[in-house]
Design a protein around this ligand. Structure first.
Ligand SMILES: [Zn+2]
Length: 81
């Protein structure tokens, strides 16, 4: 099996890893609602992109189901105690 000819020194390892640090997330603020948004992405809380509405936010089935489930769980727990 192929083996490295020489041991990689601590210095060399650290130099290599100096580029692996995570960068801070770059974001801007929505022109409509002012919430932080990733650049070149539509706002997820109001559906605006470049000052016009791109999509509707559904206050929909999934969110309602989640709330219902939570309420049911809480209700069940209350009954037990
Ligand atoms: Zn927005």
């Amino acid at each position: 099996m192929a083996e490295p000819k020489k041991k990689t020194s601590h210095s060399r390892v650290r130099k290599r890893r100096s580029h692996q640090a995570l960068k801070e997330i770059q974001y801007t603020f929505c022109s409509n609602c002012g919430k932080p948004v990733l650049p070149h992405r539509a706002c997820l809380s109001c559906g605006f992109y470049k000052e016009r509405k791109v999509f509707e936010i559904k206050v929909g089935s999934k969110a309602k189901k989640k709330v219902k489930k939570k309420k049911e769980k809480a209700g069940a727990e209350n009954k037990k105690t």
